[in-house]
Design a protein around this ligand. Structure first.
Ligand code: PMP
Length: 281
């Protein structure tokens, strides 16, 4: 696989970053993941805007303009002959002698790589996923997409240990989001419920697209807190992310949701999103 690191396209085994990179020492870095279909980036503009916002919130200088980054993404897709999958990009504040204070003259580092993956014909789309709820122990600025991901890694491992696929994170009795996706339920009267955006969750690019599609198709939407108990009573549940699109959730804490298959709303929204992605690709 060819990866990109600070100005060079190199085989992955030749790619190097400094041991003093602040991304490595302090998780002083931000990232984005965009999906790729038929070699084309999906909804990438939104990811670029969010990347800029994450860097701004951390006073992190940009290693390249959005246009330059997008050119690198396209080049890397071509170099790896990637038809379907994802492209990961990471910006860190770069190498500096270890000190909590930001360096006066940061040399931000930029790394990108691709991963092959079935995004559209993902078999999980048919079966759905199971989740458990766990306490949300992450920091208070989850709106910034940093590489400090140990809390969601722990949540994912708890889920695996419980025989589930993923975890939904809970704060003060309300679901914030999934370990790496936004979380939704559909009430028995057909209303789509998801937490409002703020510092407590990541403002998902797929979330925004899917809610716009839902609105367009006259679904009732409520952006509000929802409790774990409300999840158990829901008619449906689902998650969204750039690489999962819309994925049905069929079990929460061992309790079956709906008839144990991805529900009609989740299926419809997935269809609409795939249609939109294919139109872009
Ligand atoms: N929340 C969290 C915590 C995430 O890690 C992700 C995926 N990056 C999302 C939500 C979904 O965001 P997006 O739709 O932009 O991929």
């Amino acid at each position: 696989r060819i990866v990109y690191v600070n100005g060079e396209f190199v085989p992955e085994e030749d790619a190097k970053v400094s041991v003093f990179d602040r991304g490595f020492m302090f998780a002083d870095g931000v990232y984005e993941v965009s999906s790729v279909i038929r070699g084309k980036l999906i909804d990438n503009e939104g990811h670029m805007v969010r990347l800029q916002r994450s860097m701004n919130e951390l006073d992190m200088p940009a290693p390249a303009t959005n246009e330059e980054i997008e050119a690198i993404q396209k080049q890397l897709i071509e170099n790896n002959d990637l038809d379907e999958g994802l492209i990961y990009l990471q910006v860190t504040r770069g190498p500096a002698d270890r000190d909590f204070a930001y360096p006066k003259e940061p040399k931000p580092s930029l790394v990108l790589f691709t991963q092959k993956k079935n995004v559209i014909d993902n078999p999980i789309a048919e079966t759905g996923i199971s989740v458990i709820t766990v306490e949300d122990i992450r920091w208070a600025r989850r709106d910034i997409k940093t590489v400090g991901l140990l809390a969601p890694c722990m949540a994912k491992m708890q889920a695996k240990a419980a025989g589930a696929d993923d975890a939904w994170l809970v704060e003060d009795g309300s679901v914030t989001e999934g370990s790496s996706n936004n979380a939704y339920i559909v009430t028995k009267d057909g209303t789509i419920v998801t937490r409002y955006v703020g510092n407590q969750i990541l403002n998902g690019i797929t979330r925004r697209a899917v809610l716009a599609l839902a609105k367009e198709h006259d679904y009732n939407i409520e952006e509000r807190l929802f409790s774990v108990e409300e999840c158990y009573e829901a008619a449906e549940a689902f998650v969204t992310s750039a690489t999962m699109f819309v994925q049905g959730v069929v079990k929460i804490d061992g309790k079956q949701i709906g008839d144990g298959k991805p529900g009609p709303v989740a299926k419809k929204l997935r269809e609409y999103y795939v249609e939109m992605a294919l139109a872009e690709a």
